[in-house]
Design a protein around this ligand. Structure first.
Ligand code: GLY
Length: 378
């Protein structure tokens, strides 16, 4: 018997509430979902080159079949596009198209397209509605939900942006069939994150079923995405603007962003790979501080390694020229820094993360040095 691989999750944000639809083949029904949520609108699809080849025409056909007029803009792929220059291009394109305030932006792509198209929607005509149609596992389980939009600056990632919630998120799990294995693995790091921060039973499940998720088993994939989105929806609904608990979603990200900055955003280290090392560092730091039991650190490390991630900085290509001081300098640009003090997402064990500013920087530097493979003093 065919199983019904479809679920809906509500992000309960009062007048900004919206649904996340998850299922196989949902792009074919995108027009109907958009119409029932927004009525008749002009749709402005923003996508990137790799995604356009696979999904632009199915998306256009789905929207046009419901009578929506569709324009599209294809930008190049890659993190370098999360820039002011690309933002200007998208905004000018929308204005050239004579978009009005009922114009609907459709962000079709991974986290980069979602972040920059969402930011363009946030600022054009002081705010347009937009729909997230995420095409990577990373975007499906994290960046398409919760309304964070941004561009990067030379000072660091995501330092200019806004909270602008989408009106609808449509997650078609079938798009993952055409995604390179490395990209799927990057998204899987964020899936593991939800188990580590909040749900030890989900982590148990991932230890047993992670290989199926990575291999594309439809039921396992759906369960992983729905569970991840449910945890995220619940956290975002309680703390939309990251004044408290939402910061938990950054487990491993302060370290991870520093690693990405050190690597230079050149594709040698992808976000999910940096987050995997970052989560190992966060749990390692927690262990050093007497917070996280050694067996939980070991389980997390083992699962990340079994899923194909590097878990030490020394194993990242190019890391030979990095040092702890340089990485800490990058960490100081983190948005969680308050009054000059770095704040960390730490762990009391699998499923139990918390945020604190009460961390001795010398211990952080020592954890980084160990992970960099710097020999211990004799
Ligand atoms: N990616 C973390 C957040 O959305 O808060």
């Amino acid at each position: 018997m065919r199983q019904d691989f479809r679920r809906t999750i509500r992000v309960a944000l009062d007048e900004r509430a919206y649904d996340i639809h998850v299922g196989e083949g949902l792009i074919a029904g995108l027009g109907a979902l958009v119409r029932s949520r927004f009525g008749q609108r002009r749709a402005f699809v923003v996508t990137d080159e790799p995604v356009a080849g696979h999904w632009l025409e199915p998306v256009r056909a789905a929207l046009e079949s419901e009578g929506l007029a569709v324009s599209h803009l294809v930008i190049p792929g890659g993190e370098a596009n999360k820039s002011f220059e690309r933002l200007r291009e998208i905004v000018n394109w929308l204005l050239d198209q004579r978009v009005d305030r009922r114009g609907l932006v459709i962000a079709l792509g991974g986290g980069i397209v979602g972040d920059i198209a969402g930011f363009a929607a946030a600022v054009t005509l002081r705010g347009l509605d937009y729909v997230q149609v995420p095409t990577t596992l990373l975007a499906q389980v994290d960046s398409s939900v919760g309304g964070k939009t941004a561009v990067n600056t030379p000072h660091g990632k995501n330092l200019v942006g806004s909270f602008h919630q989408p009106g609808l998120v449509v997650i078609d799990t079938r798009v993952l069939d055409t995604l390179p294995a490395r990209e799927v693995r990057c998204g899987y790091a964020e899936v593991v994150k939800y188990g580590l921060i909040r749900d030890h039973r989900f982590f148990d499940w991932l230890e047993a079923n992670g290989p199926k998720v990575l291999a594309g088993d439809a039921a396992a994939r759906l369960h992983a995405i729905v569970t991840s989105c449910s945890v995220k929806a619940e956290i975002v609904a309680g703390d939309e603007r990251e004044e408290g608990r939402r910061a938990l979603l950054n487990l491993g990200h302060t370290f991870g962003h520093a690693l990405e900055a050190a690597a230079g955003f050149d594709g040698t280290l992808l976000h999910g790979e940096a987050v995997a090392v970052g989560m190992e560092l966060a749990l390692g730091l927690s262990h050093r501080l007497g917070l996280c039991p050694g067996q939980d650190l070991e389980r997390a490390r083992r699962h990340l390694a079994a899923s194909g991630f590097a878990t030490r900085i020394a194993d990242i290509p190019g890391a030979g020229s990095w040092d702890a001081a340089g990485l800490i300098a990058h960490m100081r640009h983190d948005k969680k820094v308050r009054d000059g003090r770095m704040r960390f997402v730490l762990s009391r064990g699998i499923g139990d993360a918390f945020v604190t500013a009460d961390v001795d920087e010398a211990v952080v530097a020592d954890c980084l040095a160990r992970s960099l493979g710097v020999p211990e003093p004799a």
